[in-house]
Write a protein that binds this ligand. Structure first.
Ligand SMILES: [Zn+2]
Length: 441
């Protein structure tokens, strides 16, 4: 029987194991923030993969944001060497999940299986993808134990809060350096027939306008920082938002609405801070002397971050020209450059072929509106041959009653398995046990 057929049979035979593995992962509540139970989930994954012949490393990201004795940032990296030299494929999954939120009808940490769906916080984002990659690797090892190269599987911390205690830390320590890893697949929930090539860029900044405090009954004696900010928002409405809507991109961003530049006003706070919900008194009458606005600008491959920043400065300069006492500051909070892997990169063409073999249809190529850990693999790890590919429906991420479909996990495990054969099995029509000796390459 051809190797690919044996692989599919092995994956189908692991259906119950895949379900149980996903349920086990969901039952470890790895909420971030604050970053709970990272060590537990790393030990669980370490034990599992050690049994499958992987070498295990637990790596704590000392000193990264949020790392403390109470909430240490643990990561697990598992590596299994093949019998012959070749390239390394790394499957990277974040193990953290976001807050549960309201509106659940299922136990968010119960891992219930109902009508072919497994429910729980992190089911699709992305413990289902992690489980699928483990099953794919174990099935591949069963049919091709003397493979070329190496397989790595990592479970990493803090993706939901920027990835600094996870992939960024590991990349900084050389775990994604091109001499160690050649292909990276991140099983984020992008749907089983889509290859995610990368993401748009991010520029977060805080704009502050200043005024002068005075009695609220005589506002002419002060200077209202909130009115200054109102003028900034009005100028954004007049000039910036229409200009951003004109900037379209060649990047295949989904959903379609994100195929352009966008800017969100995350928050505006001016004047007195709001009182506690149980405070029953009245506020005091003051002219606000400060107003702060946080903006979240998402930008495209076609744009340059200096231009992105300059556009906001232009808005402020325009307002400054119209208002005598206008004073302001801009503080950058966060920046990530856009990332997009070439369509002819080896990991892309390999997974595209694997999708066609498994699903009988062509792969779709997408780009994510928001960033994920690919940014660190690209910028810090200097590894461009990276995609996100995994089971689950992106729209369910972070929602109540999040689930992942068992069939979807099986299908994407098959895609990952085909990719492993393609890249690591060597001469896979003549597997070693039938074909005799293979030259080392
Ligand atoms: Zn995710």
């Amino acid at each position: 029987m051809p190797l690919a057929d044996r692989l599919i049979r092995e994956i189908d035979a692991r259906r119950d194991d895949l379900i149980a593995l996903t349920q086990d992962l969901l039952r470890i509540p790895t909420l971030n923030p604050p970053g709970e139970n990272y060590r537990d989930i790393c030990e669980y994954l370490g034990k599992r993969l050690q049994t499958s012949g992987f070498d295990i490393e637990l790596v704590r990201a000392h000193g990264t944001p949020g790392d403390s004795e109470k909430y240490p940032r643990w990561n697990v990296v598992a590596r299994r060497e093949g019998g012959r030299t070749g390239e390394c494929i790394h499957f990277n999954s974040h193990v953290d999940v976001v807050d549960v939120g309201l509106g659940w009808t299922k136990d968010p940490f119960g891992g219930e299986l109902i009508d072919g769906r497994i429910y729980g916080r992190g089911a699709c984002d992305m413990k289902g993808g992690l489980a699928a990659s483990i099953i794919a690797a174990e099935a591949f090892l069963a049919v091709s134990p003397e493979f070329c190269g190496a397989i790595e599987i990592s479970g990493t911390a803090d993706e939901e809060s920027g990835g600094f205690g996870g992939v960024a830390y590991l990349a900084g320590k050389g775990y994604f350096s091109p001499d160690r890893v050649q292909h990276v697949i991140i099983p984020e929930p992008l749907n089983k027939d889509r290859i995610c090539l990368g993401h748009r860029g991010v520029w977060w900044a805080e704009v502050e306008t200043y005024g002068e405090i005075a009695h609220g009954s005589m506002p002419f004696l002060g200077d209202c920082a909130v009115r200054h900010m109102g003028a900034v928002v009005a100028e954004m409405e007049d000039s910036l938002f229409p200009a951003l809507a004109q900037k379209r991109t060649e990047m295949p961003v989904v959903p379609e609405g994100a195929r352009q530049s966008t800017l969100n006003i995350n928050s505006i706070h001016g004047g007195q801070t709001e009182g506690d919900a149980d405070f029953t008194g009245l506020p005091s009458p003051c002219v606000p002397d400060s107003c702060r606005m946080v903006i979240d600008r998402r930008f495209l491959m076609e744009e340059n971050i200096d231009e992105v920043e300059a556009e906001v400065m232009e808005v402020l300069k325009t307002v400054e020209g119209r208002r005598d006492t206008f004073r302001y500051d801009v503080r950058e909070l966060h920046r990530v450059l856009p990332s997009m892997t070439d369509r002819d990169a080896p990991v892309v063409t390999t997974v595209a072929r694997a999708i066609e073999k498994t699903m009988g249809r062509e792969a779709q190529y997408v780009v994510s509106p928001g960033t994920y850990d690919q940014k660190h693999i690209d910028r810090i790890g200097k590894l461009k041959n990276c995609i996100a590919y995994g089971p689950g429906i992106l729209d369910l991420a972070h929602k109540p009653d999040e689930y992942v479909g068992v069939e979807d996990m099986l299908d994407s495990a098959k895609v990952m398995g085909h990719a492993l054969i393609d890249l690591l099995a060597g001469d896979h029509d003549r597997p070693k046990e039938e074909g005799g000796s293979h030259a080392f390459s």
